[in-house]
Write a protein that binds this ligand. Structure first.
Ligand SMILES: [Zn+2]
Length: 454
């Protein structure tokens, strides 16, 4: 076969073949009306985001190509109610429903789709974290895993966290009086004064992307680069509001260098092509190679570029793993020889999307205990390094983590995880409101608090 023909075939076959990791991690279909509500595999999502400065309004047009493995009513999510929904060119609507286990709310199309490839076109208003001010706009797509429906679906139509999808934004600012800055972990192309194209890597999920735009000149910035142990040059951009009394970017830069060296020494080359840090607020939130954080949480949040936004959770029941590992690191990796207590961190209802906050306390102690159990083979760190080397940029279930750990140490851990993390029918240890105290080291801000940092 000639090379060109081969490339053409590879290109077209890649358009229609579902990613196996996505399909394997999709939640199960559930009975809905005269059939099933089915979780589908988004293969491409193109978002046109238009900010109309004069009208002080913002809108989103989403064009999503997805593959369905079975006939049924396709599931997606969007907190805002769509104004227009088209499936394969035919008008339909979406309805909000609760999952049968009552774990979460999602949207399901009113129209069935057969097995195969489909095109979904959705229009809706963007109102969350948007602030029109002095001839420009401040807008961000910040996320949280402690409250329901707080990933990308808070802003634009998106899939559940299991799904990796090639996303791009076309961002338009209509009627600008001065230029806008864009801070993101995607690659930005400025098409003209008012239009930007942003391409995100194909491994991104609903919890991966960082997007923040403000009028030019309202932020202080600091740029430098770091040399990775694999030879790459990693560009770093730190920024903070000019009127922020607490942000000192020089001091933050020193801390980034120190943490970067620590993490590369422990877990190998940094898994992302760049680092972006917005110093603001209290606590922090992690994205792929990016974070919005206070000074004290920087190490915790950059660790998440390896575990959470490197080795990724596929659902709420695996979300505790990375918080437990990050908190265990924050505590200085203590080894425990005994552990009291238990939790249900791995055994919340099937469709759960949020992380059990027991991860920060009990979860961290559990990792210390596993470190004790594996001390004879070097403890947990060699396994974590192996995970980064072999399982990076793929969502996983907690059951896979256990299986890989057993393969690595040639030892059974089923009973240990069952005893300490699968104790069922326990409520979540904390709710987001219990995190809203100054004493919590990794608090995540509420929507209302985030608004103050746009
Ligand atoms: Zn964390």
């Amino acid at each position: 076969m000639n090379r060109l023909l081969f490339l053409v075939l590879v290109f077209f076959s890649s358009l229609s073949i579902a990613d196996e990791n996505n399909t394997n991690h999709a939640p199960r279909a559930f009975a809905h009306r005269d059939g099933n509500a089915v979780f589908v595999d988004f293969t491409r999502a193109h978002y046109e985001i238009t900010y109309d400065i004069d009208a002080k309004s913002a809108r989103v047009l989403a064009e999503i190509t997805f593959l369905s493995n079975e006939e049924g009513y396709p599931v997606f999510d969007s907190v805002a109610s769509p104004d227009s929904v088209m499936l394969d060119g035919a008008r339909t609507v979406s309805r909000e429903i609760r999952t049968p286990d009552q774990a979460t709310t999602l949207r399901v199309l009113d129209q069935k789709a057969g097995k195969g490839e489909h095109l979904l076109r959705i229009e809706l208003p963007l109102t969350e974290l948007v602030d029109f001010r002095s001839g420009g706009v401040r807008s961000a797509f910040w996320t949280s895993d402690l409250d329901e429906r707080n990933f990308l679906e808070r802003y634009v139509p998106a899939n559940f966290e299991f799904d990796q999808v090639k996303m791009d934004f076309l961002v338009r600012f209509k009627g600008l009086s001065k230029p806008q800055s864009i801070y993101t972990n995607g690659s930005v192309l400025r098409l003209d004064q008012e239009t930007f194209q942003i391409a995100f890597p194909a491994h991104f999920t609903a919890s991966s992307l960082f997007f923040h735009t403000v009028p030019e000149g309202v932020m202080n910035e600091s740029r430098f680069s770091l040399k990775s142990s694999d030879g790459r040059v990693i560009p770093v951009l730190l920024y903070a509001q000019k009127d922020s009394w607490s942000a000192q970017l020089e001091r933050l830069g020193e801390r980034v260098r120190t943490v970067f060296r620590e993490l590369e020494a422990d877990y190998g080359p940094f898994p992302h092509p760049s680092i972006l840090v917005y110093q603001a607020g209290a606590g922090g939130m992690e994205y792929c190679g990016a974070t919005m954080t206070d000074f004290g949480s920087l190490g915790h949040e950059l660790f998440h570029s390896y575990f959470a936004r490197g080795v990724m959770p596929a659902n709420g029941n695996s979300g505790w793993l990375d918080e437990a590992l990050a908190s265990w690191r924050d505590n200085g990796y203590p080894t425990l020889n005994a552990l009291s207590g238990s939790s249900g961190m791995s055994s919340h209802p099937n469709y759960t999307r949020i992380t059990d906050t027991a991860a920060y306390s009990f979860g961290a102690r559990f990792m210390g205990f596993l470190d004790g159990e594996t001390r004879g083979k070097g403890g947990m760190k060699p396994f974590m390094r192996e995970l980064v080397a072999t399982r990076i940029l793929k969502p996983m279930f907690v059951e896979e983590f256990i299986e890989w750990m057993e393969d690595f140490y040639q030892q059974s851990f089923q009973d240990t995880f069952k005893r300490y993390t699968y104790k069922s029918r326990l409520p979540f240890e904390g709710t987001s409101s219990s995190l809203q105290t100054e004493s919590h080291p990794h608090r995540k801000m509420s929507l209302k608090e985030l608004r103050a940092h746009l």
